[in-house]
Design a binder for this molecule. Structure first.
Ligand SMILES: *Cc1c(COP(=O)(O)O)cnc(C)c1O
Length: 435
């Protein structure tokens, strides 16, 4: 028996604690969408209405919902092996996925550590960086560097890297030591100077610089100058600091090429991937490292990386992740997204002239605009657009006063045009309602 909409919401409001949601307001006022199913670029709710999934369900469903090959791969694998440990034993899917991933990874990344989600992929990177430095005779390197406005996930470790004050505040005083430097999104020269000065003056205390390459997603789709990555690579190499690229959001073609770092051919020491890794099907992540990093963990058993989650390398996730890579190849996903990226860029450039829109930006399959009367993450203007968009048939969860789209990479051109036109009309309606 399936429940009706009202009963689902009633149970939900009594028992579910929602992520990133002020719960008092939610319980008192929210009329949440109740999603029943999804297909391609569309979500269908319990009232029989459908919405274009403007953010590919939190940036994950890069091949749309319910891709038949993914469903098939999942079914096939589930009949053979759903789960087994990966500590010192192995299965075909994990081995082959690691091999296939290394082949598409940038530069000399050649070892793959599996985990569950974006946060753990970065958490793994942080622990690896600290232990790597210690085992390379650099025990004094215990600090991290991240960008102002950075977002790297939710575990307590990676919360230290986060540069959004509102998210850090409850944990002030107990976080790992992380220096936040100005983002190149606020000016390349200043950002360059600050990182250079920091690494020159206190580079010997630093284990790793962690960056979201080219786009700071959660900070509001803030796009920065690719030269910053080149410079960060150069400076970190010179000062013995590891460069960690968090491609959890930017990987798998979100910004155009497979990895954002490929815009400028920068090779990190450690790379993190999740979100698009299983195209939004299952929680699964990977942290890739160079042979140089890996070798520091060889030798005596006390040098091993004593870390692992129960579901590391999960066979279902691994089978799906392999199918995702195969679909990227067979369906020429990146090539075919180029024309779609142009449509996004043109549409957002056009929206710059809407009164109340302060700025617009785009990169690959990302388009964003910033609304006036901003108050950072808690701004209400984006939520007015959200409501307008729902009425018009699109799901457009904002980031504060930033309205953005990050659709599936294989969204039909017609659906994409419909989505972009809904963004345009919803922003116009919300701006005139708010003024
Ligand atoms: C979403 C995100 C994370 C966290 O991933 P989860 O799967 O939500 O834990 C980390 N880094 C970046 C850049 C992200 O966008």
């Amino acid at each position: 028996m399936t429940l009706d909409r009202a009963s689902i919401v009633e149970i939900d409001k009594k028992t579910v604690w929602h992520p990133y949601t002020p719960m008092q307001q939610y319980i008192e006022r929210a009329r949440p969408l109740v999603i029943e199913r999804a297909q391609g670029a569309r979500l269908f709710d319990a009232d029989g209405r459908s919405y274009i999934d403007g953010n590919a369900s939190w940036w994950t469903a890069l091949l749309g919902h319910g891709h038949p090959r993914i469903i098939e791969a999942l079914g096939r694998q589930s009949r053979r092996l759903c789960h087994t440990a990966l500590a010192g034993i192995v299965h075909e899917q994990a081995a082959r996925l690691a091999d296939e991933l290394v082949q598409v990874a940038p530069g000399p990344l050649c070892r793959v550590f599996f985990s569950d989600d974006g946060s753990t992929a970065v958490e793994v990177a942080m622990k690896m960086a600290l232990q790597y430095q210690r085992q390379s005779g650099q025990a004094g390197r215990t600090r991290f560097v991240a960008l102002e406005g950075a977002f790297h996930g939710e575990t307590l470790g990676v919360t230290a890297l986060g540069g959004v004050e509102l998210f850090r505040r409850p944990f002030a005083g107990v976080l790992l030591d992380c220096v936040h430097v100005p983002s190149a999104a606020d000016g390349y020269e200043r950002a360059f100077g600050a990182l250079e000065q920091l690494l020159t003056e206190s580079g010997r205390d630093i284990a790793a610089v962690v960056l979201e390459p080219l786009v700071q997603g959660a900070a509001g789709m803030r796009i920065y100058d690719a030269r910053y990555l080149v410079m960060a690579r150069e400076l970190t190499r010179r000062s013995g600091v590891l460069l960690v690229l968090d491609e959890v959001f930017t990987g798998y073609g979100r910004t155009g090429p497979m990895w954002a770092s490929e815009h400028v051919d920068v090779h990190p020491d450690i790379l993190c991937t999740a979100k698009g890794f299983t195209a939004g099907t299952l929680p699964m992540a990977a942290t890739l490292v160079t042979e140089q990093v890996f070798e520091a963990f060889l030798g005596d058993a006390s040098r091993a990386f004593y870390y692992g989650h129960t579901f590391c390398g999960n066979p279902l996730g691994a089978a799906v992740a392999r199918e995702v890579l195969a679909i990227y190849r067979d369906e020429h996903v990146l090539e075919r997204a180029r024309g779609k990226a142009r449509r996004i860029a043109e549409a957002f450039a056009g929206m710059a002239e809407i009164p109340g829109v302060v700025s617009t930006r785009s990169l690959g399959m990302i388009g964003a605009l910033e609304l006036q009367h901003g108050d950072g993450y808690l701004a209400q203007s984006g939520w007015r657009v959200y409501e307008q968009a729902l009425e018009r048939g699109a799901y457009l969860r904002p980031l504060g006063n930033v309205v953005y789209v990050t659709p599936s990479l294989n969204i039909d051109d017609d659906e994409l045009d419909a989505l972009l036109s809904i963004v345009d009309s919803s922003v116009r309606a919300a701006v005139s309602e708010g003024s």
